[in-house]
Design a protein around this ligand. Structure first.
Ligand code: PGA
Length: 258
């Protein structure tokens, strides 16, 4: 049985003061509850230490939104996986569509970043998903296959314990338009089959595959109730404690129904 994960990606929102407040509010709402999954927040770099003061450890885990593909040295503006581990991160997101789009990152970058993260003991949420034009052309299955095949076979240290996948159709990110539960399930099942082809059956059965893209309290339970949807990567709705905890409630309700 796979534990669900609900991960908040705050993107470039919430400075240290606002971030500490948000994390404390989430922590307070979850306090004392026996959760059947993992709940994680990924603030911007500058906010990590403030959030670590209130949120590192149970039940709320801390993650970052990206890391450098280098270990250390003359790389102005970059942050290493080792530094993230030092400030209390246990997780890091790699391959988000906004990094693909705005920083032009691709497979080579992702392999290097994930490798650095594993070397420092961090676990990784690897994001992938098709663009609107690609879905309109019916190419989503090919795109997802290429994105997973370009990275997963080169991660020699990856397993279902240190890697989580996040299928995020780009047309659903921040648009208010969500993939239907059927669309999500179809892509997740296909992703799991690809993981089986690349990493073998036990890893595929245990690998958590999150859905991301306009996930909110009102659709979380139905999405996460799909057989191959093991939680969510949450952008906009992770910025309000009620909404974020509402999504955790959705994950719990989906779990209770299985
Ligand atoms: P959204 O973002 O929930 O605001 O659509 C999801 C993401 O980018 O991870």
């Amino acid at each position: 049985m796979r534990r669900y994960m609900v991960a908040g990606n705050w993107k470039m929102n919430m400075g240290p003061a606002a971030g500490r407040e948000l994390a404390a509010a989430v922590q307070q709402k979850l306090a004392g509850r026996e959760l059947g999954g993992d709940v994680l927040v990924c603030p911007p770099y500058a906010t990590l230490p403030a959030v670590a003061e209130v949120a590192a450890g149970q039940p709320l885990l801390l993650g970052a939104q990206d890391c450098s593909d280098q270990v250390s040295g003359a790389y102005t503006g970059q942050i290493s996986a080792g530094m993230l581990a030092e400030v209390g991160c246990r997780w890091v997101i790699v391959g988000h569509s906004e990094r693909r789009q705005f920083q032009r990152e691709g497979d080579e970058d992702f392999v290097a970043k994930i490798t650095r993260a594993f070397d420092e003991g961090l676990k990784v949420i690897f994001c992938y998903g098709e663009l609107l034009e690609e879905r309109k052309l019916g190419r989503q299955a090919d795109v997802v296959r290429d994105q997973l095949k370009g990275v997963l076979p080169r991660l020699t240290a990856a397993d279902a314990g240190n890697l989580v996948l996040a299928y995020e159709p780009v047309w659903a990110i921040g648009t208010g338009e969500t993939a239907s539960p059927e669309q999500a399930q179809e892509m997740h099942a296909q992703s799991r089959q690809l993981v089986a082809d690349i990493m073998g059956y036990p890893e595929a059965a245990n690998m958590r595959i999150l859905y991301g893209g306009s996930c909110k309290p009102s659709n979380a339970e139905e999405l996460m109730g799909q057989t191959d949807v093991d939680g969510g990567l949450i952008g906009g709705a992770s910025l309000k404690s009620d909404d974020f905890v509402g999504i955790v409630d959705g994950a719990e309700a989906a779990l209770a129904n299985t």
